[in-house]
Structures are given as structure tokens and as C-alpha cells.
Design a protein around this ligand. Structure first.
Ligand code: AMP
Length: 359
């Protein structure tokens, strides 16, 4: 794998906060970053050397972007696979490649892949036809979640069917008429955890497992260390590494897991990129997830991931970001994404609170 020297150009598909934090890390090592995204005035472009503001199916611009970059990566998983293939066809490596992207984009492929690689997911079934819903629901004892196979994130494209009433069933039928779905058993989990893995062709490193709190399907808080037995943490890390190896993933990925009351782990999903539940890492570890991702995609060795602090990371949603300067203690490390409008429910920043030396 080519090792890039400082001064080389890293292209990032996507212009959100993850692209911004990656671009800042890349700049620290002397790389120029080019952002490619359809949005105008994106958070990432304002810290990048150059922006390509264009649609993901603009083949001419994708070709020119590929020619301008020494390597390309992506910061969100809904980038069309065809865009990545076009960049590869133009002769520029994309890390991680299309395999991680293709599998992560489709919940059915994702859960099948996890199961095939010894990382059991929550019980699931593919469901394409609303008429088969009642029978499938019965197989899940009427406690299930219907999820669209594609384009779901932060709890979007999901309908909870817990002893569902007529209105919920009607909503489910409507969703099924519009998009292929999976039906998934409702998992009565004890807690939610995730593991962030960085992988190069020479090996992987995992960060400490975080315990995550979601509200309405959106991550709100991550705490490290997680209140779990060491054996559970070890199994989570092993699962993360197994997944990264099976994908041949180069870069960072995050695996989200449910801890069940008996201590068993069930996979929920993975993200083939840096992840919100790893936002605490730059402020708590010797090397953070964004730096690890940059190192991986340019062929540099990974940094050490020793955790130095116990932390709690909280997302700053909507207008909450505006109060950051008023509420800071010296142990708080805020990051603000530079989004122009503090719309309610929008992730505007996060704050990592250092609670004390790593326990
Ligand atoms: P997802 O977008 O699939 O990660 O779902 C968002 C959140 O919904 C998860 O973090 C869980 O809190 C909850 N959730 C998703 N799937 C399930 C499930 N099968 N059982 C229970 N809760 C779930």
C-alpha cells in the first residue's frame, strides 16, 4: 500500500462534521484536504484546502476530483457506491473501499455479513411485502422493529411494532410499500456499547469500549469506561477486529452492540467510518479516532490508543451549542462543528468532560 508523504492531498467524500474533524487532523500532518459534497458552505469545506461542490453522480467532476487527490476516503456511509467506483476507475485509491460501504448501506446485507462472520446480530428477517408482515410479526412474538434496508440513520426509517395497534400497522404497511425493509426482534438490552477500531494492513487497534445513551434513536451521551465486566469488553473488541478483518477495512469503523441481561452481545449495526461514539477519543486517548483514520488512509502506522482519562461525552444539540462558553469548566473539552444554523435536533457540537485519570 502506498505511503503518502506530507504535502499529498486527501480527498473526503462528504462535508459534515466528521469530514471537518478529519480535515483538521490531516492538516496537522501537512496534508491538503479536498472536500467533495453537494452541499454549499459545509462544515468541512471551511477548514479544507479546496472544495468540490457537486452531486455524487457528476462523473466529470468525480474524475477531476480523483485526479486532484492522492487518496480518497468518505465520512458518511450513504455516499453512492458508484461514486467510489468512479474514483477508483480514475486510478485513485479509496480507503476504506467499496466493500465496507456496500455492506453498511444495506441493513440486510449488513446483518447477514455480521452473522456469517461470527458476530451475531439481533434476530432479523428480510421483508419485501406488506402481506407477509403479520406472520413475520408473530414469529417475533409481536415485539419487533421494522427498518428500511437503506438510508436509515439516527433512528430514521424505523417503526417500533410492540404489540402494535392499527395505526402502527398501517404506518408499517406504508413504509413497506415505499421501500424494502427488514424486521428485527426488539432486543430487551441492558445497555448499549460500541467499539471503535482502526485497521491498517499491518493490524488493528481498538479504543476502550464506550457505553452509549440514545434518545429517540439519536446518540446523546457516551461514557468511558463502560459499566461492563472486562470479559464483555474483550468480546466487544474481538468482534470489532473480526469485522474489520472480514471487510478488509482500511481506516476506522465503529461496531454498535447491545449487552443483553445474560451478558451476551448482539450486534446492532456498524459504521464504516469515524463515529459519534468515538468523539471522546481525541480528548482522552494518546491518539484519537480522526488521527487514526488519517494515518490508516495515508499508510502511516497507527498511534497508541492508551486512554488517559475517564470521560463523559455529550452531544450539543441545536441551540445548546450557544451556551458552551458560559458553562465550561477547566476539565471540559468542547468541539463546535461550525454549522450555520442551530436548528433544533441538529448535532451542532459535542463536549468531552474529563472526569479524572483513567480508572
Ligand atoms: P439504529 O439506527 O438501528 O442504530 O437504531 C437506533 C437506536 O434504536 C439504537 O441505538 C437502539 O437504542 C434502538 N434500537 C435499534 N434496534 C433495536 C432493537 N432491535 N431492539 C431494541 N432497540 C433497538
Amino acid at each position: 500500500m502506498t505511503l503518502l508523504q506530507p504535502g499529498a492531498t486527501i480527498g473526503i467524500l462528504g462535508g459534515g462534521q466528521l469530514g471537518r474533524m478529519l480535515a483538521l487532523e490531516a492538516a496537522r500532518f501537512g496534508f491538503d484536504v479536498h472536500i467533495y459534497c453537494p452541499e454549499v458552505d459545509s462544515p468541512a469545506e471551511r477548514v479544507a484546502a479546496q472544495t468540490w461542490q457537486a452531486a455524487y453522480d457528476d462523473m466529470e467532476l468525480l474524475n477531476a476530483f480523483a485526479e486532484a487527490c492522492d487518496v480518497v476516503t468518505y465520512e458518511f456511509e450513504n455516499v453512492p457506491v458508484a461514486a467510489v467506483q468512479a474514483i477508483e476507475a480514475a486510478g485513485t485509491a479509496v480507503r476504506p473501499g467499496t466493500k465496507s460501504l456496500e455492506i453498511a448501506q444495506d441493513r440486510f446485507l449488513e446483518k447477514t455479513f455480521l452473522a456469517e462472520n461470527g458476530i451475531p446480530p439481533v434476530a432479523f428477517e428480510r421483508i419485501d411485502d406488506a402481506d407477509t408482515l403479520p406472520e413475520a410479526l408473530r414469529r417475533f412474538q409481536n415485539r419487533a422493529i421494522l427498518k428500511t434496508r437503506r438510508d436509515g440513520y439516527d433512528g430514521k426509517g424505523q417503526i417500533r411494532l410492540l404489540d402494535p395497534d392499527m395505526a402502527a400497522l398501517a404506518a408499517a404497511r406504508k413504509m413497506l410499500a415505499e421501500a424494502p425493509c427488514i424486521l428485527e426482534a426488539f432486543a430487551p438490552f441492558e445497555r448499549e456499547i460500541s467499539v471503535v477500531v482502526a485497521r491498517t494492513e499491518f493490524g488493528s487497534l481498538t479504543f476502550d469500549v464506550s457505553e452509549n445513551e440514545h434518545v429517540g434513536g439519536v446518540l446523546m451521551r457516551a461514557a468511558v469506561p463502560a459499566a461492563i465486566e472486562p470479559d464483555i469488553a474483550t468480546r466487544a473488541r474481538d468482534a470489532g477486529v473480526r469485522l474489520a478483518d472480514a471487510l478488509g477495512h482500511i481506516g476506522v469503523l465503529a461496531l454498535e452492540l447491545f449487552v443483553m441481561p445474560d451478558g451476551g452481545l448482539l450486534a446492532n449495526e456498524f459504521a464504516p467510518r469515524v463515529h459519534n461514539s468515538g468523539h471522546w477519543t481525541p480528548d482522552a486517548c494518546e491518539t484519537g479516532q480522526f488521527e487514526q483514520h488519517v494515518r490508516s488512509v495515508v499508510g502511516w502506522p497507527l498511534g497508541p490508543v492508551t486512554r488517559l482519562f475517564d470521560v463523559s461525552m455529550e452531544n450539543l444539540m441545536g441551540a445548546k451549542v450557544l451556551s458552551v462558553p458560559n458553562d465550561l469548566s477547566s476539565a471540559d473539552r468542547p468541539v463546535v462543528y461550525g454549522k450555520r444554523e442551530a436548528l433544533s435536533g441538529r448535532k451542532m457540537g459535542h463536549i468531552t468532560r474529563r472526569l479524572g485519570p483513567a480508572s
